[in-house]
Design a protein. Structure first.
Length: 296
């Protein structure tokens, strides 16, 4: 490692995973810059693109010029700044943010070092998406999924509910809210919505969320109610296949108990370390550090 080499953690000081990874890297003797806006907050940023070369340099992160080629590794936990709109009109602020986000994504793809997670443009700009969008990828990964139906046909919706034992959940595509549909009043209200737009219906879940996170090739469970035996292998193997398709080093799935057993109910590209028990948190941090250092 050269004398000017360092690690870059693109994240907020208030993000426990960013903070603890930075601390662990420093404990290994590395220089680390932790910032949510590495380009917009830098003193200067220069990126020269030629036919056969790409050279960048940041001044301000560590008090000296830092060539992009000398960055040892990057952890991505934020989209870049600016974070405050002081002095900007709402329109100008939105424009500048969009420009910086696009620039940061392009720059990350130019770096020769390990970047965790170097996302595709699709994932970068739309990391949160409705369950039906994840559904095909989950199925291809071999992960058990919730039975789901999108319809504006009330008779079809009632038949779907009957097949699930008379229980059903209304799951809006644009929010995380979930509404049980069981009583006559629930059906009446749902019918009003269906008269205007098709709705997303899903098999109901009967427990709290539990989580599994892939870091490198290792799966870390949250420790609340981990599946056992063959069932755990199904989720672990499916999570690895999902991460491979997304080309990500770190990705988390949510698991809940549906009518037909444990089901994958969501995907998160920015796992929250607070969802994991103490030793599991240590495993997450150690796993990310190992990937950044090239050990995983």
């Amino acid at each position: 490692m050269g004398a000017t080499a360092m690690y870059l953690v693109i994240g907020h000081e208030s993000d426990p995973l960013s903070q603890r990874v930075a601390t662990a890297l420093r404990g290994h003797g590395h220089e680390v810059a932790l910032t949510p806006e590495p380009l917009s907050a830098a003193g200067t940023f220069t990126w020269a693109l030629e036919t056969h070369s790409s050279e960048s340099q940041i001044r301000g992160l560590s008090g000296r010029g830092l060539p992009g080629a000398e960055i040892e590794g990057v952890l991505v936990r934020a989209l870049g700044g600016p974070l405050t709109h002081d002095g900007w009109s709402p329109e100008d602020f939105a424009y500048v943010q969009a420009e910086v986000h696009a620039l940061l994504l392009a720059w990350l793809w130019s770096l020769p070092c390990r970047v965790v997670n170097r996302m595709s443009a699709d994932l970068w700009f739309r990391p949160q998406r409705a369950y039906p969008e994840w559904h095909p990828l989950l199925v291809r990964s071999g992960l058990p999924v919730l039975a789901t139906q999108i319809t504006n046909d009330l008779a079809a919706a009632r038949a779907f509910s009957a097949a699930l034992g008379g229980a059903m959940t209304y799951a809006p595509l644009t929010s995380a809210a979930r509404y049980p549909v069981a009583e006559d009043h629930d059906w009446e209200e749902l019918g009003k919505v269906m008269a205007v737009v098709p709705v997303c219906l899903a098999e109901p879940c009967m427990d709290a969320s539990r989580y599994a996170c892939l870091v490198g090739n290792e799966v870390v469970w949250d420790g609340r109610a981990d599946p056992g035996g063959a069932e755990q292998d199904v989720f672990a193997d499916g999570l690895r296949r999902l991460a491979a398709m997304l080309r990500l080093d770190v990705v988390q799935i949510e698991i809940r108990l549906g009518q037909r057993g444990l089901r994958c109910t969501g995907v998160d590209l920015y796992p929250h370390i607070a969802s994991y028990g103490g030793q599991r948190q240590e495993a997450l941090v150690a796993g990310v550090v190992a990937v950044l250092e090239g050990e995983s």
